[in-house]
Structures are given as C-alpha cells and as structure tokens.
Design a protein around this ligand. Structure first.
Ligand SMILES: Nc1nc2c(ncn2[C@@H]2O[C@H](COP(=O)(O)OP(=O)(O)OP(=O)(O)O)[C@@H](O)[C@H]2O)c(=O)[nH]1
Length: 671
C-alpha cells in the first residue's frame, strides 16, 4: 500500500483543475485557496501549532480549537471515509466501532516508510498499517472498557505518511437511537453529549457523513448539526455508499433539503478486502462510468476532492481562529497569574499567621465601618441586604410607624371610658377638682406596658439583621482560612448575643422609667394640652346640650360620646386627663423612637470599633489556644484552587510558547 498513490498525490496531479472549484463554493470557503504545494510552507506550521495545543489539552481551559469533527449515524461510513483519506485500515463494521473520540492527525512526510502511533493516557504506542486497527481497538478497550460502553477521553492516532493530506480530524462515535449488542440503555444520550461538546463551538467544522442509502432529513447527525449550525455554514456533507444507492443521488445532493452550506462530496469507500488503491480506482471508475453517478459534478465526487476541500477549509479556519486563540491564551494566562497573586500567601510561621489574622480582622472592621456606619457600599454594590445604613433606617421607620399606629396610640378608642373609670376609682375624701396624679400614672403605666414588647421586638429584629451582616463579612474576609472561620463565626454569634442582651436590658430600663415618671421639659406638651383643652366647651356643648352622639376634636379626630352623659360630674376631669395623656403620649413615643436610634448607632459603633476585635481575640485565645497556628494549614479548597491555577498557568504558558512566533506566519498567510 505504501508505494501506491495516495489522496494527496492524486490531488497534486489534479491540482490545476481542482483549483477551479465552484465560484460559489469558493466564496463560502474564502477566496484565497492555498495551492497544495504552498500549503505546506504556510499552513503546516499553523496546523502543527494547533495540534500541539490540542495535545496540551488547552480546551480544558475553555479555549476552543479549530477542528474538523466527523459525525454520522452509526455505520454511516465515518471510519471508512477517514481510512480512505489516510490510506490505512481502521476498525470498520456493523455495530458500534468508534467508542471514543479518535483524533486523527494525518501528516505528509517525505520518507517512503509510514510512521504510525497512538497517543492516549499519557502514553505513545507505535504501530503500523497492518496492526493499526487492532491497536485502536486495544487502546479503545483501555480507555472505555472492553464492553460496548463509550467514553469522551480522546485517543490520538498520528499517521505520518508520504502524500497524505495534512489534516487533523476527530472521529466521533456514531449516533444510534436503539442500543444494540449490550450497549448501555442511555447510549443515545451519552453519544449525543460527546457529539454536542465537539460540534457546538463556532471553531468546529462539521463533516457530516451521510449514507446514500438513507433519506438525509431522517439522519440523527443532520438533526444534531442543525441544532448548532442552523444555516449550515460550517457543515460539509460526505455521502458514502454511492455505489449502493446511485438512483436519485444527484437529485438528493442538488436539492439540498438539509441545508449543507459547505457542499456535498459523494464517495465510494473501500469494500470488503479491497486494497486502498483498488478502492480509489473503483471509485474513479464508478463516478466516471455509471450512467447516473457520472452526471454528478466532478467537483462533488471522490476522496481526492474531499481531501482537497478539507485542506482548504482547514487552512481557512485555522488562519481565521488562531489570532483569537493567541489573544484568549494571553488573556487567560494574565487572569490566572493575577488570580494566583491575589490568593493568600501560604503561611510559614505563627508570626505570619498572626499577621494574616490581624489583616483579616482589620479588613473586616473596615468593611463593616463602611456598610454599617458610613454608608459606603462599593464592596457590595448589587447586594442590597448589605446596604446596612439604609436597611437600619428602614427598620427604624417601620418600628416608629407601628408604634404610632398601634391601638394604645389611638386617643379615639373608648374615648374617656378608661379616664372616667380610673377617676371614679381614685375618688377619696377630698376636694373634687384636684386631678389625682395616681389616675394619670395608672393609665400611663398600662399604656406603656401595652407597647413594651414593641421595642424589644425591634431589637430582636435589628440584631438578627446585624448578626447576618457581621457574620457574612467575617466569613468573606476569612474565607481562605477555614480553621479561622469556625472561631470567627462563633465570636460573631457571641458578640451579637451580648450586644442584643445589652440593648434589651437598656430598653427594659427605659420602659420602666417611662412607667414610673411623667416628665418632660418640652414646651410642646403644654402647647398641645392647651390646644386640646380649648375644645372642651364646644365638646360639652355638642354632647351634653345638643345631644350629639359624636364630636370632632381637632388633633384627635371624631370621637364617640358613649355614656359620657351619665358621668357629667367627672367629665371635666376625664377630658383633662385624656388631653394630658394625649399630649404626653406623643412625647413618650418620640422618646422611644429617638432613644432607640441613638442607642442603635452607639451600639453599632461600639461593636465595630471596640467589641468585635476584643471578642474575636478572646474567642481565639480560648479555643484551645491554637486557632492562629491552625491557620498554617491551608484549607483543602484553597489548596485545590492554588493547584488548579498553577496547572492552568503551566498549560497556558506552554501554549503561549507553542504560539511564540506563529503570529507572523498567520499574518503572512492572511496576506
Ligand atoms: N458499499 C459500500 N460500503 C461502505 C461504504 N462506506 C462504508 N461502507 C461499509 O459500511 C459499513 C460501516 O462503515 P464504517 O466505516 O464502519 O462506519 P462508521 O460510521 O465508522 O461506523 P461506527 O463507527 O460504528 O458508527 C462497513 O461495513 C463498511 O464497509 C461505501 O462507500 N460503499
């Protein structure tokens, strides 16, 4: 087989005529089609670079390479097409043969002795034409097991042979809907997953292998390629088994029902024990002599035409994609290096650990100062939960609203009823026009008691919020030291529960004070009381003289008269008591809101500037003394991230080296 003409030799022979490939096709494949002779000089180094990148597995870093991906339904003839292009025997047959992605690198080399080897699992296994099929089967078994299972770990076959076209293609397992020969139940999903992974990138050219014996629109491979390449601009169709179904083939490829942008090439592969040369001769005869097949355009038939088209397409996509790949590798390398530099230093001594710890506390304090005190949210622009000054004032306003809207704060409710009752009960043997202070204090105490839960609930809510913020900031700043996180989280919880307890004790005292003493120096109290009392005569007139059941009191609203008429003897005093309480209650509520605001601000400042650091230190010291030393052990997630970044940097660095001088060559090619 070695001495006979291969695809490329045939191409070279027909070079001139093939250079005139359809104008229409030229536009799609780009106009500057390289001649095969000049191809090696210009594109070969670029192809070598891409192959080296593929070998380095740069796709792991999310960088897609220009690739010709061979897809087709099961037994459509994919392997046969590849072996026709390479002039070697690949595993062929019914059932599932290709079980792993097979990267085929065909390279023309001047020596008459072909060189073949397989690369997989970090190994290089030399083989020869006679044993390549067995070697592939053995390697496949090693990668995917010896059953019928499949794997997406690729196997690379390098074929260096005189005259083969310089082409790299990936052969993928054939698509099948129905599992056969003990294949796993989900074989379709598995294969479809691998195929999609390869054909989805815009950099991939899809070589869709279709058997002439089937209806193209029914092919699964067409359905799949159309999902990722609707217009077909990166799909080329190879129609195999032209010898088996020549009827209507011309019409099928001319009608193009399935949108193949890069065109069709009809071929006839090796059948049975035919040699490669016999197969090419038979193919040439078939398309020349068959009464139906000979009518198909000669630029659409035969393996040599396919080889020519593929090399042209490959050259075009490589030249188009490489500048982008160079840029992406550069960007990713820079990003990975800066990620690595931003990672915490590995700590070597307790002193370093202490310094790192101080740094964490310092930066957490600064973050908290910004969001809890200064209202600067640059570190949490989109996270509204962490815009603390705004959230705290929101909670304070809500608390104030609730206080003012609660039933205790509504002076219209049971108007004068409680006052009359209290006054009746406070009566003694004394002059009737003194307002007993005990009556006022009794009502005040009951009212204060009625709202006493509200400031406590407010503190519960506010401290729960502050706790979530403090813990989240502490966790964020200590994320690289998981041993520290446990202690800082506990310190955060302890600290907040102490602060909350202080707040609740403080407010309980305030509530107690409000119950015990009725005092204000505010002139507002007297003003308000005078205004309200000024309406007593009108009120009496309406209810007692005119018998109205309701009356409007400015500053209070419409009130019901109820059974006031029956208690005329205490009406004046009850009205006075009510108005004193109404005026004074406003002062009480204002104090309960203002004090809370001042206390909150004071506590938050204390927390951030003093208490937090103290608490974290004491927690660390009490946690068996070793929390800072334990920082010396790197957390598994940080160690893994560091390792991953180092691997990426090495890989991207090697890739960059591969592409070292390639930019000049791309420029030459694109010129
Ligand atoms: N007559 C004829 N038979 C062909 C042609 N191409 C392929 N075959 C036969 O079709 C069968 C399947 O071919 P393969 O190349 O193994 O198909 P495949 O798509 O690689 O198969 P899987 O990898 O199993 O999906 C084999 O028996 C081939 O000999 C052709 O052009 N003409």
């Amino acid at each position: 087989m070695g001495s006979s003409p291969t695809a490329l030799e045939i191409i070279e022979y027909e070079e001139d005529s093939l250079a005139l490939v359809h104008e229409e096709e030229d536009e799609k494949i780009e106009s500057h089609v390289p001649l095969v002779s000049s191809y090696n000089d210009h594109i070969r180094p670029l192809l070598d670079a891409v192959d080296k990148l593929r070998h380095l597995n740069v796709t792991k870093e999310g960088i897609q390479l220009p690739t010709i991906v061979v897809v087709g339904d099961q037994s459509s003839g994919k392997s046969s097409v590849l072996e026709s292009l390479a002039g070697i025997n690949l595993p062929r047959g019914q059932g599932i043969c290709t079980r792993v992605p097979l990267v085929m690198r065909l390279q023309h080399h001047p020596s008459p002795t072909p060189e073949l080897f397989l690369e997989f699992s970090g190994k290089i296994v030399a083989t020869d034409e006679a044993h390549v099929a067995d070697a592939i089967n053995l390697a496949t078994d090693e990668i995917a097991g010896d059953g019928k299972g499949i794997s997406n770990t690729p196997l690379t076959l390098v074929v260096k042979k005189k005259g083969v076209p310089d082409l790299t293609m990936v052969d993928l397992p054939g698509i099948t809907r129905v599992p056969v020969h003990g294949q796993p139940e989900d074989i379709y999903e598995q294969i479809a997953g691998i195929i999609m992974e390869y054909i989805r990138p815009e950099e991939s050219i899809i070589l869709n292998v279709l058997s002439a014996t089937v209806d193209f629109p029914t092919c699964e491979s067409i359905r799949m390629s159309q999902q990722v390449d609707k217009t077909g601009e990166r799909t080329l169709a190879v129609v195999t088994k032209s010898d088996k179904a020549p009827e209507g083939l011309l019409e099928k490829v001319t009608a193009d029902d399935v949108n193949i942008g890069l065109g069709y090439v009809c071929v006839r592969n090796r059948i049975g024990d035919e040699s490669y040369e016999e197969a090419r001769e038979e193919e040439a005869k078939l398309f020349k002599n068959h009464h139906l097949l000979s009518r198909i355009d000669k630029y659409m038939v035969g393996i040599p035409v396919l080889a020519q088209k593929l090399t042209q397409i490959q050259a075009t996509i490589i030249a188009r994609c490489l500048p982008d790949i160079v840029r992406k590798i550069d960007d990713k390398l820079k990003a990975s290096i800066s990620d690595l530099n931003r990672m915490p230093k590995t700590l070597a001594s307790p002193a370093e650990a202490m310094a790192a710890f101080m740094g964490i506390v310092g930066s957490a304090k600064e973050s908290l100062r910004k969001i809890l005190i200064r209202g600067e949210f640059d570190e949490y622009v989109d996270d509204y939960h962490m815009h603390c000054t705004a959230r705290l004032v929101e909670m304070l306003n809500l608390y104030s609203d609730e206080l003012h809207k609660c039933s205790e704060s509504d002076p219209r409710r049971n108007f004068l009823v409680e006052e009359i009752l209290v006054l009746e009960e406070a009566r003694g043997i004394e002059l009737p026009n003194f307002l007993p202070r005990a009556a006022f204090l009794g009502i005040l105490q009951r009212k204060v008691e009625g709202i006493s839960r509200m400031p406590i609930d407010f503190f519960e809510k506010v401290w729960a919020y502050i706790e979530s913020v403090v813990v989240s900031v502490l966790m964020h700043h200590s994320e690289n030291y998981h041993q520290l996180q446990f202690s800082t989280r506990r310190a955060g919880h302890n600290l907040i529960s102490k602060m909350k307890e202080q707040s609740i004790n403080w407010i309980a005292e305030i509530v107690q004070m409000e119950k015990m003493t009725d005092y204000t120096c505010s002139p507002e109290y007297m003003n308000e009381w005078n205004k309200l009392m000024g309406q007593l005569d009108t009120f009496k007139n309406k209810i007692l003289t005119h018998g109205y059941s309701k009356a409007e009191i400015a500053g209070i609203g419409e009130v019901e008269a109820g059974n006031i008429r029956e208690h005329q003897n205490v009406l004046h005093q009850a009205f006075d008591l009510k108005m004193k309480m109404t005026a004074y209650w406003k002062i009480v509520l204002r104090r309960l809101v203002d004090y809370m605001a001042l206390h909150l601000q004071f506590s938050v400042q204390n927390l951030v500037n003093k208490e937090m650091e103290k608490e974290i230190f004491s927690e660390l010291m009490s946690s068996h003394g070793g929390a800072v030393e334990r920082m010396l052990e790197e957390s598994p997630s940080v160690a893994a991230k560091r390792e991953k970044l180092n691997v990426s940097i090495k890989l991207l660095g090697e890739s960059k080296k591969v592409l070292g001088n390639i930019m000049d060559k791309i420029a030459t090619y694109n010129d």
